[in-house]
Design a protein around this ligand. Structure first.
Ligand SMILES: C[S@@+](CC[C@H](N)C(=O)[O-])C[C@H]1O[C@@H](n2cnc3c(N)ncnc32)[C@H](O)[C@@H]1O
Length: 478
């Protein structure tokens, strides 16, 4: 695919890097490019005759031109089977990924043993120059804080607190450039990190850069490694989530791809050490909860986090005006209520429990059924599990009040980094209204994202987002 403008905004040094990388690889090999979103690097390499597949994490989608077809993924699970590629190239992706360890594990999984990897990485020098450019920029912020809050605490303590709170390198730089990055981005640290993920270093070289660019941006590094062997992963091997979704179909009205996504997110939350249990509000016959349990059993050999399942087991409550004309008309018409609303979603508690037990899941251990209306059951459960927190919250109660009751009770105890899956966001007006009303009422900035084909929506509970540096960098790239 050619660029829409014919111009590829790839800095000259990256042009040379692309040529250098291709010289190391045999002709016709399959290469995965993990791009920052606009596909310029992938375009360059494909123009040199390579067989390229390009992906980018959803959070990296730039607003500008796309120069190559990019497949967007959740930033955690690379959407390809094991050993699918001969080579892999990433450009400033490791240090920006939410969890660099999982990112590297995933790259090792999709690469053939002996396959080559090339990562463009920041160097210590880059971290230092970024820091020098950055600290003058936070001075106005410090001054604003002093002016707003007064100097009731000692100046030094306040400065330290602001520096630590805003600049601590939680994720290798994704939250701003901090004092520690020169260490995190040293050659030794990069080599050690990649070695731990199963790669053998062939070279780690500084990319060519002019004097001005060196002064302004520091020097980036190019890591060239070979996959020596699959690293010891936390999971035995990633389960086939789609196959799991197919096995629970008799117990769920959710499309298999959306069930697979929920199952995958349950495993991902555990692998990423997000604390807490899993909660599903609106389970019907339990298929989706069953998939989240089965995925854990396949990935970790057992159920690691119990699933709490809430349902009236008497079907959907009455709609209100907030649910919109379609929901209201379906519920008012007995024929439509039975066909389109699936007998108003009535399911038996005993049948649901029996189905789960038949799969070998233990009640009050692996799964907990909470029968009743959400307005009664959700606050009680929330107070019982408030210390553990929630790693993954799945909302599937269709209507405004049902969604609002569950958000009100559970969102405050979802762990930082935990995901909230909203099955009906695109289907029912009331569900979307409840999500918007709740977020807006509580002044929450969470970004709602869509599953493929609008099969549902999700957002991640994140108290801190991108820093100004990240935004400026992504503008520069796009
Ligand atoms: C669309 S179904 C859930 C589908 C299910 N997740 C699956 O895998 O097929 C909606 C469920 O939410 C339940 N529900 C909706 N609102 C509720 C409320 N306010 N209290 C209790 N249960 C509710 C209904 O009983 C119904 O079983």
């Amino acid at each position: 695919m050619t660029s829409e403008t014919g111009k590829i905004p790839l800095p000259q040094r990256l042009d040379k890097v692309a040529e250098h990388i291709l010289r190391q690889l045999p002709k016709g090999c399959r290469i995965l490019v993990i791009d920052s979103g606009n596909g310029a690097f992938a375009h360059k390499i494909s123009g040199m005759g390579a067989d390229i597949t390009a992906i980018a994490p959803v959070h990296a989608i730039p607003s500008g031109l796309k120069h190559f077809p990019i497949l967007h993924y959740d930033g955690r699970t690379i959407p390809f089977p094991d050993h699918a590629f001969d080579a892999l190239i990433s450009e400033h992706m490791i240090e920006r990924s939410e969890n660099p360890e999982i990112f590297l594990e995933e790259t090792a999984r999709v690469l053939k043993t002996g396959g080559a990897c090339f990562h463009i990485l920041p160097s210590s020098g880059q971290a230092v120059t970024a820091m020098l450019r950055h600290y003058p920029a936070i001075l106005p912020k410090l001054m604003k804080s002093f002016m707003e809050k007064g100097a009731d605490t000692p100046l030094a303590r306040r400065i330290l607190r602001i520096l630590i709170r805003n600049r601590w390198p939680h994720r290798m730089g994704t939250r701003g450039y901090a004092i520690f990055e020169p260490i995190l981005f040293s050659r030794t640290a990069w080599s050690r990190r990649l070695h731990k993920a199963g790669f053998q270093k062939k070279s780690l070289t500084a990319l060519p850069a002019g004097i001005l660019s060196r002064l302004l941006h520091g020097t980036a590094l190019l890591y060239h490694g070979e996959l020596a062997g699959i690293p010891a992963s936390k999971t035995k091997s990633p389960p086939d989530f789609m196959a799991i979704a197919q096995t629970v179909r008799p117990f769920s009205m959710v499309p298999p791809a959306a069930i697979a996504f929920a199952a995958e997110q349950a495993v991902a939350a555990i692998a990423r050490d997000i604390p807490g249990v899993i909660v599903e509000c609106g389970t019907w016959k339990g298929g989706c909860s069953m998939a989240m349990l089965e995925a854990q059993r396949k990935a970790f050999g057992k159920v690691v986090r119990p699933v709490h399942m809430l349902d009236s087991f008497e079907g959907l409550p009455d709609t209100t005006e907030k649910d919109g004309p379609l929901a209201n008309s379906l519920q008012e018409n007995p024929e439509h209520k039975s066909t389109y609303l699936n007998d108003n979603c009535v399911a038996g508690e005993t049948e649901t429990r029996t189905a789960l037990e038949a799969q070998g899941f233990r009640p009050e251990h692996d799964f907990f059924l909470h029968k009743g209306w959400f307005c009664d059951t959700a606050p009680v459960l929330a107070s019982q599990i408030s210390k553990q927190g929630i790693a993954l919250l799945r909302l599937d109660g269709d209507w405004y009040e049902s969604t609002m009751d569950c958000l009100t009770a559970f969102l405050p105890i979802v762990s930082e980094g935990g995901m909230i899956l909203i099955d009906d966001y695109f289907t029912w007006d009331g569900c979307a209204r409840a999500v918007h009303d709740y977020l807006s009422r509580n002044d929450l900035p969470y970004r709602i994202e869509s599953l493929p084909n609008h099969m549902g929506a999700f957002f991640v509970k994140k108290s801190q987002r991108l820093t100004f540096d990240d935004i400026r960098d992504s503008w520069k790239r796009s």
